[in-house]
Design a protein around this ligand. Structure first.
Ligand code: AFP
Length: 328
């Protein structure tokens, strides 16, 4: 019989890699993801499609499933006794664990539903989470502003043809597929590794005119293929959900890019550092890949704001290195 997620967590506990509070927290995340999966799978039948009629702090129109997923995530972890606070793409400020529950040694950050533009068209979406240690003293937004290198765990759940939980606790990347007949996550990939070279890239090419010169140069070379300096042909993918792009890269390599563009010079990128780029960068590095903002490793960036955005280049190390050198 294949290993369940709970058995994996128990092994990591026995090996001293994680403690009981982190076991309880990650088990709770796995459990709540099944509730989100149920809403996603039933879609219109569960009345979760369409707009919520509200905007989040990002200035984005929230979908019903954004709000519902956020509520499921908060309810799913606040009782565990493992967290002192949580932060979400869908909440303006952090949420300190209510007095009704014991506060634990960790903080959790999450994008409860990544890829919202895919919800109503039945395309892949996901949940992204990041876990760090809670500092001593009162919890505030500033408590969360820790470099990505400080993460103790990170992962995502991808809701697609299969529902797959991917996680790292700092000792490699592991994937678990939800067995719908038993409701258990079963290990389906272990010690995930990204090959250093690739022939597949992902970028929203409609933004070409807004990119900075180094990105235009690099993408031009990818498109020139065998006729250009890279001397090989490339394929392109764009799913409009970071979870799906990262999952593909963990499965078969590739480079994903969401660069800074000049549509809004105040924004250094679209993706959020704390609960999108950092957890994904942790997974990518744990699988042997690389993740930068064009200048430095994402995990080394010192955050200054809870919802700050960042340019992202991640995946197979050779191509991430190449596009990063073009910036310098
Ligand atoms: P939403 O969750 O607001 O849809 O954003 C998803 C995302 O942050 C990331 O998951 C995608 O890679 C990227 O946006 C897609 O952006 P475009 O819609 O501009 O291509």
């Amino acid at each position: 019989m294949s290993k369940t997620f709970e058995q994996f967590l128990s092994e990591q506990l026995t090996a001293g890699v994680i403690d009981q509070q982190l076991v309880n927290l990650l088990a709770a995340v796995a459990q709540l993801s099944k509730q989100i999966n149920d809403k996603v799978t039933n879609g219109a039948l569960a009345g979760v499609l369409g707009a919520a009629g509200t905007d989040n702090i990002q200035g984005e129109h929230q979908k019903k499933l954004d709000v519902i997923s956020n509520e499921i995530f908060v309810r799913g972890v606040q009782w565990t006794g493992s967290v002192s606070g949580m932060a979400s793409e869908e909440m303006d400020h952090c949420l300190v664990t209510p007095d009704a529950y014991r506060r634990g040694k960790y903080l959790i950050l999450f994008d409860p539903l990544d890829g919202s533009s895919n919800i109503d068209i039945n395309a892949p979406i996901g949940t992204i989470f990041s876990v760090t240690k809670a500092p001593k003293g009162e919890i505030s937004d500033e408590s969360f502003l820790q470099k990505g290198r400080k993460q103790v765990a990170a992962g995502y759940v991808m809701y697609s043809a299969q529902t797959i939980l991917t996680v790292t606790v700092g000792k490699g990347v592991y994937m678990f597929t939800l067995d719908l007949s038993t409701g258990q996550y079963i290990m389906s990939k272990e010690a995930v590794h990204i090959a250093p070279s690739t022939a597949e890239f992902a970028i929203n090419a409609s933004n070409w005119r807004h990119w900075e010169r180094p990105v235009q140069r690099y993408v031009q070379e990818l498109l020139e293929g065998i006729n250009g300096p890279l001397d090989k042909n490339f394929n392109m993918r764009w799913v409009a959900a970071m979870v799906a792009e990262v999952h593909r890269i963990l499965c078969r390599g590739g480079i994903f890019m969401y660069p800074k563009d000049n549509r809004d010079p105040t924004k250094p990128g679209k993706l959020r550092l704390m609960y999108e780029a950092n957890p994904m960068a942790f997974l990518i590095e744990q699988a042997g890949g690389r993740a930068t903002n064009g200048y430095e490793n994402i995990l080394d960036i010192q955050p200054t704001k809870l919802h700050e955005r960042v340019a992202v280049f991640l995946g197979s190390s050779e191509e991430v290195h190449r596009v990063t050198t073009y910036h310098i």
